[in-house]
Ligand binder design. Structure first.
Ligand code: PLP
Length: 483
């Protein structure tokens, strides 16, 4: 998985403009191979003609490229490596698991590793989420959530519930099911004829652009609630299976925390109409915002919750679907089986790695560190960059921050997509003189919001690391803006 290169369509004149992507970042630094020449790699990279830099070693917060450049990994890839690289305890847990049992097929056998991980996750919700379906990525967790929601209503005797409501400018993965509930137009465009017609979209919470002048946060949230209620009425409340939303918006809006009472408002509307709330915490969950579950900060428990990135911290590919006990009850009193399974479900080595990651997070007090240093990082970014003529907003929570860049601050006009600003910033950061990996985000290719530079450092960074991140980020942003 690249920063968000896995979101890119391949380069072609007929495809939508690629912006805010690793592919362009790579293209911005290295010329493609000469016309018609053999590509220098057999890997189908995000940019077919230009492979990204090769990483030959990774330790702590630093990545080393094949040309010897040291890069501070301020984003853990795409908000994944929350313990940094080469953590000895996680490495040891993987080796120990390989020495015990490396693989079993989950319909036939269970393992201590998967049982331990599932138990740890259910306990972290005080048993509200009572079962866990363990897969290999965030996308697969979303696919499982959509299918489980549908099966739940079939078993409940409400088969007419086939509709999903999701949010514009959202990202939930790139397979056909997950892309169907994704609201990012540029990512959908090529595949539109293959996507589900049973999905409709409402506005995401995005105060910087969504809030009207003179409107209070409370009024704004009420308005978003009315829009969602209106959509339930339009499609028929008894036809809705679930509303899908990220607890805190990641890549495509660029680190936007939910406004006060937003999550309560959407949960109330779902409950009123008997629909399920699916909260996607693939990026914002497992500690990224300062608590293991981002929803716990707003006291809203979803019916279904997806997690991935921070769950295994990149040591193994792993994602999970957490299922509320009320949903579990319906299935266990119904057919008693989920009509969905995967060969690598509950993979023991991935589960052992995730268990070790979660133990480290707990035993080293890393949530406390994120809660303490998160605001320090945010304030320092604001102080250093907030006054810049092209910085529209610095926003975030915990260790998930976004800097939205605009061409004109008063009117919030984004830079043109053709400028590829976020991608250029990413590429500039990788240069030896800067040495920092930043995550390009935002909805530029959509024409809906500005370029966003995202930061998602490891949970165990220090105050000195925060200073280094802010200083290097500011220099890269200033350079790319021509300051
Ligand atoms: N959902 C959200 C909110 C994400 O940010 C992502 C990935 O960036 C996904 C789903 C897809 O996860 P994965 O890339 O692990 O399949």
């Amino acid at each position: 998985t690249t920063a968000n290169g896995h979101h890119d369509p391949p380069a072609s004149k007929s495809l939508p403009p690629q912006t805010g992507t690793t592919a362009q970042a790579a293209a911005a630094t290295r010329p493609p191979t000469t016309n018609g020449s053999t590509p220098t790699t057999s890997v189908l990279h995000a940019n077919l003609n230009s492979p990204p830099p090769k990483i030959v070693s990774a330790s702590g917060n630093y990545l080393t490229t094949s040309t010897g450049t040291q890069i501070f990994d301020a984003t853990g890839g795409a908000a994944v490596s929350c313990l940094g690289h080469a953590h000895p305890r996680v490495k040891q847990a993987i080796v120990d698991q390989l020495d015990t049992v490396e693989y079993t097929y989950s319909p036939f056998f269970t393992t201590d590793a998967s049982e331990r991980l599932a138990e740890r996750l259910t306990k972290s919700t005080n048993g509200e989420m009572s079962k866990v379906f363990i897969v290999s990525s965030g996308t697969e967790a979303i696919e499982a959530a959509l299918k489980l929601a549908r099966q739940y209503f079939v078993e409940k005797g409400e088969p007419e519930r086939t509709r999903f409501i999701a949010r514009e400018q959202s990202y939930h993965g790139n397979t056909l099911g997950s892309l169907s509930v994704g609201g990012h137009k540029a990512r959908r465009k090529v595949y539109e004829p293959l996507l589900s017609e049973n999905v409709s979209f409402v506005s995401p919470p995005y105060p910087y652009r969504g809030m009207k002048e003179g409107e209070s946060e409370e009024e704004y949230v009420q308005r978003l609630g009315q829009e969602l209620e209106g959509e339930f009425q339009r499609v028929g409340p008894r036809n809705v299976c679930a509303f899908v939303a990220e607890t805190m918006s990641g890549l495509t809006l660029g680190a936007v925390p939910p406004p006060k009472n937003y999550l309560q408002t959407i949960k109330h509307i779902c409950d009123k109409h008997g629909a399920l709330l699916i909260l996607d915490e693939v990026m914002s969950g497992m500690g990224r915002t300062g608590t293991l579950h981002a929803w716990s900060q707003d006291s809203v428990t979803p019916h279904l919750q997806t997690v991935a990135k921070g769950l295994g911290a990149g040591y193994q590919p792993i994602g999970a679907l957490l299922v509320h006990r009320h949903v579990v009850d319906v299935l266990s009193h119904g057919t008693g089986s989920f009509v969905h399974s995967q060969t690598y479900q509950g993979h023991p080595v991935a589960c052992a790695a995730a268990c070790a990651v979660q133990k480290v997070v707990e035993e080293e007090g890393l949530m406390q560190n994120v809660r303490e240093l998160g605001p320090v990082l945010g304030k320092a970014l604001q102080k250093r960059l907030g006054g810049h003529a092209n910085v529209g907003e610095v926003r975030g929570r915990g260790f998930m921050w976004g800097i939205e860049l605009v061409q004109d601050k008063p009117s919030k006009t984004p830079f043109p997509a053709s400028k590829k600003l976020a991608a250029t910033i990413h590429a500039t950061g990788l240069r030896e003189e800067f040495g920092i990996s930043l995550l390009p985000g935002g909805g530029v290719a959509d024409g809906t919001n500005g370029d966003v530079v995202m930061l998602a450092p490891a949970y165990n960074i220090t105050r000195e690391d925060v200073e280094l991140i802010v200083e290097r980020t500011a220099k890269v942003v200033e350079r790319a803006l021509g300051a």
